[in-house]
Design a protein around this ligand. Structure first.
Ligand SMILES: Nc1nc2c(ncn2[C@@H]2O[C@H](COP(=O)(O)OP(=O)(O)OP(=O)(O)O)[C@@H](O)[C@H]2O)c(=O)[nH]1
Ligand SMILES: [Mg+2]
Length: 477
């Protein structure tokens, strides 16, 4: 892998395909004057899926195109013909991409959806809408010929953030100008800029290192860290998260102390404190201490003291010179052995379990938000009901059709909306608004012609929630 710069973070807007509408139709046969209902269901919309592709090394494909939509489901037809499901849209991203859900209001990252660490790993980032049911589903003992069908479920559009984290086996970490880039240039084909001023390296470089025993590993050269980096000082902060992805830290220390005449052991401690302050597990990450610039005269004392500090911390220690090449072979072979050990230790099935757990959690959070219903009094006698699921029920309804409206009333009953409104203080005759639609509230107990329908959709169970003030937020996991 040559040295590479890359698009690090990008935001895209994804939407699954809408569900196709269910069909309202009746059988027509010569000898059957009034055929029964035979409208088929709408097809489900396609999903937008992200897939980790080992061929990709950047998110550059998403720099200019931001909107991605999967195909919609087609409508159901008569003779119980179901609509066709929409095709999934599969977006390829590099291995090492983390997916964040953005809060729809603030557009700030709200929670992690997935961590795509394995080639071929997939995650649905925008599920398609469910197809509407055809009128065959709405037959009850009192409603033999339901003259309505459900519209398709519209898919939800939302923004996600893709963040590519480096997937290097080892990261070269240290103060500016200690020789990190010089080392990666010596041990790999990467050709980063090398200069005697701090912050020469502005973005991480990756290099593939081939050890003499034939094994290889990926090393990252990360911009220099300074004291305060964990609080955002210098350039290093944004790259500390890349270090998190490397199983091994190659901690490079300049034994000359640089122009400022710093102390090598102090530098070593400062960097470790910054790593620990950024994330406590970074302090425990396996680390090899690399004393660089050992070709320079007068460094013996610093080398010795640094060796002792490293030994005290139980870390392997190597003396090298990126200028003469001295000690680098030994460093590479030892790093390679260490990397192999760490790779074997990180059992991939454990990672998969972790990422599955993450997927499930994201799905739960999404549903929870979607099923949450909030009831708010807009003004005297006027109530605003909002929430993804309840709003979709309204959108799926054909408002020119009384039967469809009666069925919507049944769905409201099932999710306990009428009771919730009553609890919030809604009175008969009050106006209830959902999206752009308004209803007159007529109390909770009404005839339900659909009561006996056997529906397979998940019940949105409303629990009590907080009851302070006019607004109630009801969550269902
Ligand atoms: N004498 C000597 N000089 C070195 C050695 N390694 C690096 N240098 C010099 O140190 C300076 C900084 O080297 P870089 O490799 O750019 O250092 P860096 O750690 O990548 O610096 P940043 O990217 O700014 O964080 C350059 O002038 C190098 O030539 C070495 O082993 N011996
Ligand atoms: Mg550099």
């Amino acid at each position: 892998m040559p040295s590479s710069t890359f698009t690090d973070v990008c935001r895209i807007n994804v939407k699954g395909g809408d569900g196709g509408a269910g069909c309202m139709s009746f059988r027509r046969e010569a000898h059957v004057p009034k055929g029964g209902p035979d409208g088929g269901d709408g097809g489900h919309g396609g999903n937008v899926i992200l897939e980790a592709d080992p061929q990709l090394s950047s998110l550059i494909d998403y720099r200019f195109k931001h909107h991605f939509r999967a195909e919609r489901g087609t409508h159901g037809k008569g003779s119980r013909k179901h609509g066709k499901d929409g095709e999934d849209l599969v977006l390829k991203v590099p291995v090492g991409t983390v997916v964040h859900e953005l809060d729809p209001e603030t557009l700030e990252p709200a929670f992690d959806v997935a961590d795509l660490t394995h080639p071929g790993q997939r995650v649905i980032v925008a599920p398609g809408g469910i197809g509407g049911k055809g009128n065959i589903h709405f037959v009850t003992s009192v409603r033999r010929a339901p003259a309505f069908a459900e519209k398709g479920e519209p898919a939800v559009e939302h923004w996600i953030e893709l963040e590519m984290k480096l997937m290097a086996d080892a990261a070269l970490v240290g103060m500016p100008s200690v020789g990190k880039s010089s080392i990666i240039a010596r041990i790999s084909a990467a050709r980063p800029k090398i200069a005697d001023y701090p912050f020469t390296t502005l973005v991480p470089n990756l290099g593939m290192v081939r050890a003499k025993d034939g094994s290889s590993f990926v090393v990252a050269d990360v911009p220099g860290l300074i004291e305060g980096a964990s609080e955002g000082k210098g350039l290093g902060h944004q790259f500390l998260r890349h270090i998190e992805r490397s199983a091994l830290i190659l901690h490079v220390v300049d034994v000359t102390g640089g122009y400022e005449g710093r102390d090598a052991v102090e530098d070593y401690k400062t960097i470790n404190e910054e790593l620990a302050a950024y994330a406590s597990e970074l302090a425990e990450r396996p680390q090899i201490v690399v004393a660089n610039k050992c070709d320079m005269p007068g460094t013996e004392d610093a080398i010795e003291r640094l060796r002792q500090a490293a030994e005290k911390d139980g870390r392997p220690f190597f003396e090298v010179s990126a200028v003469t090449g001295e000690g680098l072979d030994e460093l590479v072979i030892n790093t390679s052995v260490e990397v192999r050990k760490l790779r074997n230790a990180a059992k991939s099935d454990e990672d998969t379990e972790l990422s599955q757990a993450l997927n499930e959690r994201a799905e739960r959070q999404r549903r929870r938000r979607d099923n949450a219903i909030s009831i708010r009094m807009e003004s005297q006698g006027i109530w605003r009901v909002s929430g993804g699921a309840v709003e979709r029920m309204v959108i799926q309804t054909d408002w020119d059709n009384d039967e469809a409206i009666a069925y919507l009333q049944h769905r409201f009953d099932r999710i306990g909306l009428d009771d919730r409104l009553a609890d919030a203080g809604c009175k008969n005759g009050d106006e209830v608004r959902i999206l752009g639609f308004a209803f007159t509230y007529e109390g909770a107990d009404q005839d339900d012609e659909f009561a006996e329908l056997n529906e397979d959709e998940d019940l949105v169970v409303l629990d009590d929630g907080d009851e302070d003030g006019g607004e109630t937020e009801v969550l269902h996991v």
